[in-house]
Design a protein around this ligand. Structure first.
Ligand SMILES: *[C@@H]1O[C@H](CO)[C@@H](O)[C@H](O)[C@H]1NC(C)=O
Ligand SMILES: *[C@@H]1O[C@H](CO)[C@@H](O)[C@H](O)[C@H]1NC(C)=O
Ligand SMILES: *[C@@H]1O[C@H](CO)[C@@H](O)[C@H](O)[C@H]1NC(C)=O
Ligand SMILES: *[C@@H]1O[C@H](CO)[C@@H](O)[C@H](O)[C@H]1NC(C)=O
Length: 306
């Protein structure tokens, strides 16, 4: 009887006593990795669990893993390899129980001490308007994940400067003109460290003379004995090679050479042909010549009015 009673009491104590259920902590907030390799986070102010510590996992993309624990809300991970993609996981631990994990994928940026010196900077003219730029860092030990390269291009005829940022180790430029000398410069910029700039490297390039695009007919008026036309030339900015003449070659019927004054802006060229026969078909071709040679010909066939 006594034994039975104490069994009942034991059951009552277990049944009514405080619940010893584990507390599963919520995931941490504001998880981020700073430029100095400091991983930081915060805890929800309404977190109901008592967090004993945090478990930190860092998994690299080359199967190099790291695990540690801390009671702080940060961990110094500056020893991890820079410019490798890392998956950082922070898991709060409460009552020996893992809580909800928080994860970010990021890299440890290049440190301020990274060498931003360039090894070479080459500019190669490929064809009309196209220039290939190539460069590389002298020392790639830290990688280049947070680097951008600032390219500045000075037109040495007008002194106009144009600059832009590039990633990677090469760039195609498609907006330069033949016959213009350009001065180019480049610097590596560590964007993680407030735009810290490396030393400059320079190069020069001049695209060789290249023929104009064929002229385009803008306007034509046909009379009984006359043809009057206006021809648009290629945009001056795309081809600044000195332009010489526009030709209207009608074989034995007529053959005009119209010298072109070459101001910036390159206005349309007006052509008047007269002394023609009525109601007659004339075939001719129109093309331009610049210091790069002759453009493609534009074939024309025009019938005068009766
Ligand atoms: C990491 O950041 C935290 C919060 O800003 C700071 O208290 C801690 O000292 C930093 N640790 C290192 C190694 O810089
Ligand atoms: C860049 O140009 C230099 C000098 O012309 C040349 O020696 C070098 O091989 C070039 N580098 C590349 C990657 O083309
Ligand atoms: C490249 O940079 C690393 C780290 O700064 C340095 O230890 C190494 O000696 C450098 N290598 C060369 C060839 O300069
Ligand atoms: C027309 O003139 C141009 C330039 O002087 C010349 O090259 C071309 O042969 C001439 N055409 C004819 C049919 O004579």
């Amino acid at each position: 009887m006594i034994a039975r009673l104490s069994f009942l009491v034991f059951v009552a104590v277990v049944g009514l006593g405080p619940r010893v259920e584990a507390c599963v902590a919520d995931s941490v907030l504001n998880l981020r990795i700073h430029t100095d390799g400091n991983l930081t986070w915060s805890v929800n102010p309404n977190e109901p669990c008592v967090i004993e510590h945090f478990q930190i996992d860092a998994e690299g993309d080359w199967e190099d893993d790291y695990r540690s624990t801390t009671r702080n809300h940060w961990m110094d991970l500056s020893f991890l390899k820079t410019c490798e993609q890392w998956r950082f996981t922070v898991t709060p631990v409460s009552g020996g129980e893992l809580g909800h994990a928080s994860r970010i994928i990021d890299w440890i940026p290049l440190p301020p001490t990274a060498d931003l010196t360039l090894d070479y900077f080459n500019a190669t003219s490929l064809r009309k308007n196209w220039v290939l730029l190539r460069w590389d860092l002298r020392n790639r030990t830290h990688g280049d994940c947070t680097l951008q390269y600032r390219v500045a291009i000075t037109d040495r005829q007008t002194s106009r400067i144009r600059d832009f940022y590039e990633m990677g180790r090469s760039a195609y430029l498609d907006f330069l003109s033949p016959c213009v000398p350009y001065h180019l410069s480049i610097r590596a910029v560590n964007t993680a460290i407030g735009g810290l700039e490396g030393p400059e490297m320079t190069a020069n390039v001049e695209i060789p003379a290249y023929p104009e695009d064929p002229p385009e007919l803008r306007n034509i008026q046909i009379g009984t004995t006359t043809i009057s036309m206006s021809w648009r030339l290629e945009n001056y900015l795309l081809n600044r090679c000195p332009i010489e003449n526009l030709y209207v070659d009608g074989g034995s019927d007529f053959n005009l050479t119209i010298p072109i004054l070459d101001p910036a802006g390159r206005p349309p060229v007006h052509v008047n042909i007269d002394g023609l026969r009525r109601n007659t078909v004339y075939q001719f071709k129109v093309y331009v010549e610049n210091s790069g040679g002759l453009s493609t010909e534009v074939p024309m066939a025009v019938q005068t009015l009766p």
